[in-house]
Write a protein that binds this ligand. Sequence first.
Ligand code: PRT
Ligand code: ZN
Length: 285
Amino acid sequence: MSILKIAIQKSGRLSDSSRKLFDECGIRISNGAGTLKVVAGNFPAEILLLRDDDIPQYVEQQVADIGIVGENIVLETRKEVDILEQLGFGGCRLSLAIPKEENYTGPDYFMNKRVATSYPALLSDYFRSRNIRAEIEELSGSVEIAPGIGLAEAICDIVSSGSTLLTNGLKEVETVMKSQAVIIANRNISGPKREILEKLLFRIRAVKNASENKYILLNAPESAVPEICKILPGMKSPTVLPLAEEGWCSLHSVVREDEFWERIDRLRAAGAEGILVIPIEKMIV
Ligand code: PRT
Ligand code: ZN
């Protein structure tokens, strides 16, 4: 029987969200503390628990068929794998930062400077595309302390809240790339394994669509319905139901999370009342 081998981070920033994703896809994986692999309870998959940096290579070599890893790692390691889906978690950016008291003049600032990073490939691409000659000091961790100890004049590292830069007296001046967790796949998956992969991707997309959308219910006078329908496109068009109260109806629809607040303001201005917003568990489009 075919089984899909899936690599995820063993412990780190992507592990909990990766496990939660499988849980939401109805795929049960046991804790696996101290083990390298766990077999899914009710889906033909085996989960390999690895260091995130190794995942692209394992997927390229088909030790794992697919993996969940940050786009930053995929692009830095330059392995021959396909990126199938962005997952919407693990969001961060790879940024250049300099001591906060320095006067930043634009990317030319880095000319002939030493820049410490764990991302030498991405950073040298960035400098090359801007014709900047800088010296890259490769470090495997604690990059943010490099300027303080005189190892470099600047750093290029992953930033999310920015508090690490702040506490080390640095300021972010350029974004080299934006990143989030993605599904990567070996380029030669075929036959029954491909079918399992398609099934998994179908579930992941349903979970992702659900998390990106909200179900919305509201009441409105009949006269406001045409205007409200324009604001609420829904999956096809809003459901409109009559209310017991003469001249009023209830509208049901789906709205994107990122457009949500702006739509709510417009809906209220158009006459909507009693607005309820409900999370969606799964959404098949
Ligand atoms: O042990 P293993 O090698 O598996 O894990 P790791 O320690 O190398 O990676 P981990 O768990 O730290 O990160 C895994 C992935 O999460 C990264 O490859 C990114 O895609 C993503 N990610 C999201 C982050 C961050 N946010 C993040 N903030 N990775 C690292 N950081 C670090 C950053 O290096 C810096 O030290 O957090 C610090 C900055 O955070 P802020 O919030 O202070 O700006
Ligand atoms: Zn790592």
